[in-house]
Design a protein around this ligand. Structure first.
Ligand code: HEM
Length: 213
């Protein structure tokens, strides 16, 4: 089993670049897509407004948890990958877990209560399951002191957290090429987490294959 000390520290600049891009994209989409809901003004509820207004308090709980996970995630990955400030890493890990737990609880409720059709609802429900499973596995791995598994599941978990950004980018992108809102949102609800997880897996496995050579 790999220990913290036995694993090579990755080069810092590429890692910092990737996490910086994730943080910047998260911040941009948070300001555009999440911030307006905090005003609790029905006029700021956007396209999904009529469906979300009756569930606004559950949505706020979901946004609070999602926001924690979105902004603590990159810091956590940085501290873990560079093996620096491990006491901070431990404390922020708990904050990340609380963020995902609260965000996912809200997400399950919102997915099960959305009036926007079963295809859309099932995609977002699947996303909530992926969020719970990846983060739960990261937690169980670190409890078992399985550092490499913890690292991999945390990366998967944060990629799933970023699905919030991918969802809006895909839905808006498809809208600009003429795809209807309902169709684009249903496609994005599945693609926003399934495709990034599929692309991530060969990257994680490739690293291990190289290490065994
Ligand atoms: C990764 C797991 C996530 C799941 C499963 C999830 C699920 C959902 C669901 C089911 C809805 C309601 C959609 C509707 O009824 O039409 C929703 C809306 C929303 N979520 Fe999440 N979400 C996740 C992550 C996040 C994160 C990290 C944030 C960041 C703050 C976030 C912010 C929002 C916002 C602002 C809305 C309002 C609708 C919109 O603007 O599109 N979500 N989410």
């Amino acid at each position: 089993m790999a220990t913290i000390a036995s694993r090579a520290v990755p080069r810092r600049w590429p890692l910092l670049g990737m996490l910086g891009v994730a943080l910047a994209a998260g911040l941009l989409f948070w300001v555009i897509a999440a911030l307006p809901y905090l005003s609790l003004d029905p006029d700021h509820f956007g396209l999904g407004g009529p469906a979300l207004w009756p569930r606004r308090y559950q949505l706020l709980v979901h946004i609070a948890g999602g926001t924690l996970a979105l902004f603590v995630g990159p810091v956590q990955l940085w501290l873990g990958e560079t093996r620096s400030k491990l006491a901070w890493h431990r404390a922020l890990g708990n904050v990340y877990l609380v963020g995902v737990a609260v965000g996912a609880a809200g997400a399950y409720y919102l997915a099960l209560s959305t009036p926007s059709g079963w295809l859309y609802a099932s995609g977002l429900f699947g996303l909530a399951v992926a969020w719970t499973v990846t983060t739960g596995m990261a937690y169980l791995a670190i409890r078992a002191r399985a550092i490499e598994q913890h690292r991999e599941w945390m990366i998967r978990s944060f990629v799933v957290t970023l699905a919030f950004v991918v969802f809006r980018a895909v839905a808006v992108g498809l809208g600009t090429v003429g795809v209807g809102f309902a169709e684009a949102a249903s496609f994005a609800a599945w693609a926003c987490w399934a495709v990034p997880l599929l692309l991530l897996e060969p990257c994680l496995q490739w690293r291990k294959l190289r290490a065994t050579r």
